[in-house]
Write a protein that binds this ligand. Structure first.
Ligand code: ADE
Length: 317
């Protein structure tokens, strides 16, 4: 049988279990835009078994998107249907019926992307001499979404949660390929949600992606074997996770500051790695370095990483 054909048919066939009426969705504003995709904030009525209005995020295409981007969005939909973990973004429904754009309805994360959250908290650290009332005022007037203080323990907890989400995905034999702080969302109660499985990349947010014939490539998060041979495995996700730890410690800095992406592969192969950031404990630095082993097999698993972070968190208690 022609499995490609069957896959295409299945991708376009409406799934009554997930289909949600567009008439019960009110779009409110744009949360983010990529090259071909965008994310909107909306209110959904009676979604996913919850009565009344729920704030949701809606992933859709821009008007000038190509067929391949629609395919990416539908692939992400197929994938999201299969996953269920507290640290992985959850699908709530989908609008694929004729008569309107394709919408993936996902849970709303009120703090937005982890990278932007970390960068917003920098202002708070700077103003740590403010009193409580002033801080609240500042948080209210500064910007949507919310900001709040972030402690070293919060950062360890984020790392631990992301490990758990990634461990789940690797158990499901899923390789993310684009793990980075910009692709982790932070929901209420500071819960991290691994998201953006579908190659819908936020290319406007920063210059993380080098333009190539087939989309953009997040060079500074990629393992050497991915850069050289396009090999993507859970172990290359672990490399990216090491970069993500570095992003956490630096409150959302861009990795390899001052280094051009064109030179990176050569440097990595020569053994060059980022140095220990200020405020990073030697123990935490050792963990990130273990993720950057040139031999993928020598890198830790997400399960091992999760245990190490659990231990570090215990020490903070
Ligand atoms: N930006 C992108 N996806 C989002 C989501 N699910 N919630 C909040 N902000 C987002």
């Amino acid at each position: 049988a022609d499995t490609t054909f069957i896959n295409i048919i299945n991708k376009y066939a409406p799934d009554p279990k997930w289909e949600f009426p567009r008439s019960q969705l009110v779009i409110e504003q744009t949360l983010g835009e990529g090259e071909f995709g965008k994310v909107l904030r909306a209110k959904a009525q009676n979604i996913a078994g919850k009565a009344g209005l729920t704030t949701v995020a809606v992933k859709t295409l821009k008007d000038d998107a190509r067929e391949s981007e629609l395919n990416d969005l539908l692939s992400e939909y197929q994938l999201l249907k299969e996953v269920s973990h507290p640290n992985v973004i959850r699908l709530l429904g989908v609008c694929t019926a004729p008569g309107g754009p394709v919408y993936l309805i996902i849970e709303y994360a009120e703090f937005g992307s982890l990278r932007n959250y970390l960068r917003r908290t920098r202002h708070l650290q700077q103003n740590s001499n403010l009193n409580m009332v002033q801080k609240e005022e500042y948080a209210c007037h500064y910007d949507e979404p919310k900001v709040s203080d972030v402690t070293p323990k919060d950062l360890l907890s984020f790392a631990w949660q992301i490990c758990n989400g990634m461990g789940y995905l690797s158990d499901m034999k899923l390789v993310h390929r684009d793990l980075a702080a910009r692709n982790v969302l932070l929901s209420e109660e500071k819960v991290c949600k691994v998201s953006d499985f579908g190659l819908t990349r936020d290319v406007y947010e920063d210059n993380a992606y080098l333009k190539r014939s087939k989309g953009r490539v997040p060079v500074k998060w990629m393992a050497p074997e991915s850069l050289a041979d396009h090999i993507y495995t859970t172990k290359s996700d672990v490399w990216s996770f090491g970069i993500l730890i570095w992003e956490l410690v630096t409150l959302g800095a861009t990795p390899y500051p001052g280094i051009a992406v064109q030179n990176l592969f050569h440097l990595l192969r020569q053994g060059y790695r980022m140095e220990r950031p200020d405020n990073c404990s030697p123990g935490l630095y050792k963990i990130m370095r273990s993720c950057w082993h040139i031999d993928p097999e020598q890198r830790p698993s997400f399960l091992e990483l999760s245990k190490w972070f659990a231990k570090l968190l215990e020490d903070k208690m």
